[in-house]
Design a protein around this ligand. Structure first.
Ligand code: C5P
Length: 201
């Protein structure tokens, strides 16, 4: 079966959790495309030039333990606005999407730019406050010294940059199904996503 599932949406809306669960349920490979931009951002913070950093990413770069930090998230969304950085990462993502057996890719531009032919496109959102609360609890749990207001401000800043950039801005594809997880449990959100895939494959 050649099935591509594109899952886009803003930070902390539940894309990652939904993508992993859907991949598991349907036996599909999963690529969190944010890791590519995070790894590029992490290398920028170490002094590498952004475009060169994107062109020379290795599997080890994608497995670095620091990729979830707030500094790396900010650097990721800065390098993600550079067209040459995005261009350097396209082939890898498209090749992944065409894997035998099918794939789930999650990010910001999967349904619009990377896989416009995807059989299933979902745009997963939630209110700013709900997303910030989730990210805040996650970061507290990891021992980060953060405030709710700080997390909310960071999240809004990153979303604004991701949505406003000229190159592949974050937006729902016209044929994407919207899933608003603001008042949903994880189980309900996963079930909604699985139902869309069942209906379209
Ligand atoms: O999804 P995640 O929060 O890990 O993404 C980090 C950053 O990478 C995003 O804020 C966005 O700027 C960028 N990104 C992107 N396109 C994607 C995935 C992530 O521009 N497909």
């Amino acid at each position: 079966m050649r099935l591509t599932v594109a899952i886009d949406g803003p930070a902390a809306a539940g894309k990652g959790t939904i993508s992993r669960a859907v991949a598991e349920a349907f036996g599909l490979a999963h690529l969190d495309t944010g890791l590519l931009y995070r790894a590029t951002g992490a290398r920028l913070l170490e002094g590498l030039e952004a475009i060169e950093a994107a062109r020379s990413l290795t599997p080890e770069d994608l497995a670095r333990p620091d990729l979830r930090s707030p500094d790396v998230a900010r650097a990721a969304s800065q390098v993600a606005a550079i067209p040459e950085v995005r261009a350097a990462l396209v082939d890898f993502q498209r090749a992944f999407a065409r894997r035998q057996g099918g794939a789930v890719l999650d990010g910001r531009d999967i349904g619009t730019v990377i896989c416009p032919e995807a059989e299933v496109k979902l745009f997963v959102t939630a209110s700013d406050e709900v997303r910030a609360q989730r990210r805040y609890e996650e970061m507290l749990g990891q021992g980060h010294d953060v405030t709710f207001e700080g997390v909310l401000a960071e999240l809004r800043e990153r979303d604004a940059r991701d949505a406003a950039r000229a190159s592949a801005p974050m937006k729902a594809a016209e044929d994407a199904v919207l899933i608003d997880t603001s008042t949903m449990t994880i189980e309900a959100a996963v079930a909604a996503a699985c139902a869309q895939i069942e209906a379209r494959r």
